[in-house]
Design a protein around this ligand. Structure first.
Ligand code: AMP
Ligand code: GLY
Length: 423
């Protein structure tokens, strides 16, 4: 069959690499794709910000299935639009995707459905903000309501910093429309876990858990990013905790969304903080995580296509996935300046050598290809990902591979997975 994958990041490279292994896929397209994806799939140009452009491409290609990677097309209603045309598509509708696209929607939904999350206040004006902030102690978390590519969350250490952040977001200066509404949250402490489940609107099946590293610097220092690396091991979440999360988070979300007329199909990403008061939801994403998908796909032994079809056709069960007991680690190599202003167009060397390290696959995020050479084209450039029997061996392999890759300004964290190794 013919499959079209939408997106251009490291997540999409990992999905394309996995889908390519499906014996039932004869043609794989990725739109727009990137330099590395062009080795797994035929890349077709598309404007991810324009639903019209994606619809035009799909009308031309006539895929048997479309898999949507990033959140933006989901927010624009790609699933609703494709469904209207009768085209099979994987992911939630625009209404269901609000769990990610509006943090206030997600917070109010969790409150209604008694899903564990931090205390919060929703503010539409500076007056409301000034009034509400008094109820929180510092540090306090200030979030833009709308999509902000991982950059809409500020942990303010003082009330002054909180007030300045709130004012900047609400004025539209910081994030435009995304900040027109602001959510204030109690700051939670603990380990973060990304718990993803597959849903068909009624049933859920968990994927293996992963841990992202959001801050730019070693030891979780510096500003938040889209994610500087992730790892996945079977020790991250035991069976008992996984069952608890299914019962208290994942199933109540899927049942609640159905009961409220917004049936949720696709991947539901639950971002959790494991606090002393128990697990609490930090955020939902309505899609696979990036970079979590890279280590998660490295551990998937069964056919991803079968799982996606189970979601669309309403037959999700634990049998949709078979996982390796191995551990996996993804180290993101980023452009100089990321997550701030970056320079692109730098020549990348050493990818082939890195790919040759045992158990390693280099996933491309922001690369383009010209005359057989790769160049940087984004903030996160590569996700050097390794699999091995233990977490420390997987980390060693990933770092050995990363050391072989060079481009001007390249930087990466040296401690992906290190916190788990210390325990
Ligand atoms: P979000 O986009 O909501 O996941 O937030 C991005 C990151 O900010 C999370 O992965 C956490 O590291 C941090 N964060 C978000 N909400 C909170 C919170 N209530 N308490 C502490 N940290 C948070
Ligand atoms: N890794 C976090 C995200 O995908 O949003």
């Amino acid at each position: 069959m013919k499959v079209l994958l939408i997106g251009n990041g490291g997540r999409e490279h990992a999905l394309a690499w996995k889908l390519r292994q499906s014996p039932r896929i004869s043609e794989l397209y990725c739109a727009p794709g990137n330099g590395g994806i062009s080795g797994e799939a035929e890349c077709a140009p598309v404007d991810l910000k324009s639903l019209e452009s994606i619809v035009r491409l799909a009308a031309q290609l006539k895929p048997d299935l479309t898999v949507v990677g990033p959140e933006l097309p989901l927010q624009l209603g790609i699933v609703d639009e494709f469904t209207r045309h009768g085209w099979p598509v994987f992911g939630p509708t625009k209404a269901a995707a609000q769990l990610e696209t509006s943090k206030s929607f997600a917070k109010e939904f969790m409150h209604r459905r008694r899903i564990p999350t931090s205390h919060y206040a929703i503010c539409d004006s500076l007056g409301e903000f000034d009034h509400a902030i008094g109820r929180f102690s510092t540090p306090v978390v200030i979030k833009a309501d709308g999509l902000a590519a991982g950059k809409g969350v500020v942990i303010a250490k003082t009330k002054d910093e909180a007030a300045a952040t709130g004012a900047e977001m609400l004025s539209g200066k910081m994030l435009g429309e995304a900040g027109a509404r602001v959510v204030i949250e109690e700051c939670l402490k603990g380990d973060e876990i990304s718990f993803l489940v597959l849903s068909d609107g009624e049933r859920v099946a968990p994927l293996v858990a992963a841990q992202d590293h959001k801050r730019v610097g070693d030891g979780d220092t510096g500003p938040n990013t889209g994610g500087m690396g992730a790892y996945s091991t079977s020790q991250l979440l035991d069976q008992q905790m996984s069952n608890w999360l299914l019962q208290h988070v994942a199933r109540p979300v899927i049942e609640g969304m159905k009961a409220e007329g917004m049936t949720y199909k696709g991947i539901l990403y639950c971002g959790l903080m494991m606090t002393a008061r128990g697990p609490m939801v930090l955020e939902f994403n309505c899609r696979f995580g990036d970079p979590e998908t890279q280590p998660i796909m490295m551990r998937l032994e069964s056919d991803l296509l079968e799982a996606i079809e189970a979601s669309i056709e309403g037959r999700v069960s634990d049998g949709n996935f078979r996982w390796s007991q191995d551990a996996s680690v993804c180290v993101v190599m980023a452009s100089g300046g990321y997550p701030g202003t970056i320079e692109v167009g730098k020549k990348i060397t050493g990818i082939e050598d890195a790919d040759e390290v045992e158990g390693v696959k280099v996933f491309h995020a922001g690369t383009s290809v010209r005359d057989g050479a790769f160049y940087t084209s984004g903030g996160r450039v590569l996700g050097v990902t390794a699999r091995a029997a233990s977490l420390d061996n997987a980390a060693d392999r990933a770092y050995e591979a990363a050391s072989k890759i060079q481009f001007d300004g390249a930087h990466y964290r040296k401690d992906i997975g290190a916190r788990a190794l210390k325990k």
